[in-house]
Design a protein around this ligand. Structure first.
Ligand SMILES: O=C(O)CCC(=O)C(=O)O
Length: 248
């Protein structure tokens, strides 16, 4: 798939880009099968995170991370020439894998609050990140599609504090726009681009794959990142926070 000059310009100007039908139905069904295998996997080598649902009574799997070496299908996707070419067209630089995760937004689950990815203290690993989001299902406002600040005014600078929810008042004239997708569509956004998503108020899971690449000469960047992440935030089987039903 060849990306046009206007799409490249769009990414540079606004810090994000949506591309329709980047993956075929066949590719998506193979990714979905693999995600289901990982959901069921009992392996302690991949990292799973659970979160309370909106009732505050049920712990649901909501993130799977660190599967690169344990899933051939997803490793091939991450390392594919198709993605490398796309990233090179957008940046003219060589990007390497920073982190990989599957964001599961189960039925009846909470929102993801406004943030810039670099607020996770990412700037110590690299100055530039791009996340490739692949929709495995249709996403729309009711099941919590991604909502991106499309103003292009906040895509080059960190605006929020580390590990804190971003307040839209901290942003320069943000313009939030829903980013509904069909299976096979992708969204690309950089590490500064503010984004969030609403609750999933449907009875089906909203599953997306998020692969983040970064510009770094250090081949161990991902390893170092995950080592630090797991020591600060180890995989959990239970969301230990107090019940927060409908508060956020
Ligand atoms: O899965 C979502 O809806 C948003 C997640 C997100 O913003 C993130 O993982 O950085």
């Amino acid at each position: 798939m060849k990306i046009s000059n206007s799409e490249i310009k769009h990414f540079k100007k606004y810090g994000f880009l949506k591309l329709r039908n980047f993956y075929s139905n066949k590719e998506i069904s193979s990714f979905k099968n693999e995600v289901n295998v990982l959901k069921e996997s009992k392996s302690k080598k991949i990292a799973k995170y659970y979160q309370l649902d909106l009732s505050g009574n049920k712990n649901d799997l909501h993130r799977i991370e660190y599967f690169y070496s344990f899933s051939k299908v997803l490793k091939d996707l991450i390392d594919s020439k198709k993605v490398a070419k796309l990233l090179f067209s957008l940046t003219k630089k060589k990007y390497i894998l920073f982190k990989e995760k599957i964001n599961i937004k189960p039925a009846n689950s909470r929102e993801d609050r406004l943030h810039q990815d670099v607020q996770g203290d990412w700037l110590k690993y690299s100055k530039n990140f791009i996340t490739l989001t692949i929709s495995l299902v249709k996403t729309y406002n009711k099941n919590g599609n991604l909502i991106i600040d499309v103003s292009g005014l906040n895509k080059d600078q960190i605006r929020g504090k580390m590990f804190e929810v971003l307040n839209s008042k901290q942003l320069k004239k943000p313009k939030f726009k829903n980013q509904p997708t069909q299976p096979g569509d992708i969204l690309l956004f950089n590490g500064f681009t503010p984004h969030k998503s609403t609750k999933n108020l449907t009875n089906k899971s909203r599953d997306q794959i998020y692969i983040t690449y970064c510009e770094s000469k250090n081949k161990n960047t991902r390893k170092i990142y995950f080592r630090e992440k797991f020591s600060n935030s180890p995989p959990n089987l239970k969301d230990n926070r107090k019940k927060f039903a409908n508060k956020n």
